[in-house]
Design a protein around this ligand. Structure first.
Ligand code: GLN
Length: 200
């Protein structure tokens, strides 16, 4: 199984490490591909869009022609996991908590509204304990870094986990989005769950 991670900017390395742990936990012979160009997308069975800065990731992905190819592949069923900035890339509706709607290149494939920088200044970054039993894991500490919030889902998008008033992990068929950073957590539950989506 080959899993791609978009590797322009942000937590590529951490996702690669967490993926390795998840491969080991599930005894999968896996390979990780750093994806920067459209040709690298043709080899992967699933793709991760990491956290970072969604404006930067979107602009570079568009420039290199990855955005359109990725959008097409996701609509054809390629499993995708977007974490933090990656969840922003996936959502059909994106606003910023401070500046409201701003245009930025996005995939816009998931029936969800995501509000960027939702938690404001005091809580720009914080840790929380989430219970991952819904995807077969246990309780684990995760980190939110200038995190967005998923405030609304519709259509086939289902909430898997919430924190406070907002949703922090949602799924629409082959698409999984988290507003926290599962790659910076002690649990591999989210990555293992994503690998199970690829195996189906
Ligand atoms: N605030 C970033 C954005 O809007 C996301 C932060 C992150 O990915 N850690 O793109």
């Amino acid at each position: 199984m080959k899993v791609g991670v978009i590797a322009y900017q942000g937590s590529f390395e951490e996702h690669a490490l967490q993926l390795k742990r998840a491969f080991d936990a599930l005894s999968i012979q896996g390979e990780i591909v750093a994806v920067k160009r459209p040709s690298e997308l043709s080899q992967v069975d699933g793709i991760i869009i990491p956290g970072g800065e969604s404006t930067t990731i979107g602009i570079v992905a568009q420039k290199l022609g990855v955005l359109d190819v990725l959008k097409e592949k996701i609509s054809q069923g390629l499993p995708v996991m977007g974490t933090c900035a990656g969840s922003i890339m996936l959502a059909k509706e994106v606003t910023d908590a401070k500046v409201g709607k701003k245009s930025q290149p996005l995939l816009g494939v998931m029936d969800a509204t995501v509000v960027r920088n939702y938690y404001g200044r005091q809580r720009e970054s914080f840790e929380a304990v989430l219970d991952f039993s819904v995807i077969g894991g246990g309780k684990a500490k995760v980190v939110f870094i200038r995190a967005p919030a998923i405030t609304k889902v519709w259509g086939r998008t289902k909430e898997l986990l919430s924190f406070g008033e907002s949703k922090v992990m949602v799924q629409e068929d082959n698409m999984l989005a988290t507003t926290f950073h599962p790659e910076l957590s002690g649990t591999t539950a989210v990555h293992e769950y994503f690998l199970s989506m690829i195996k189906k």
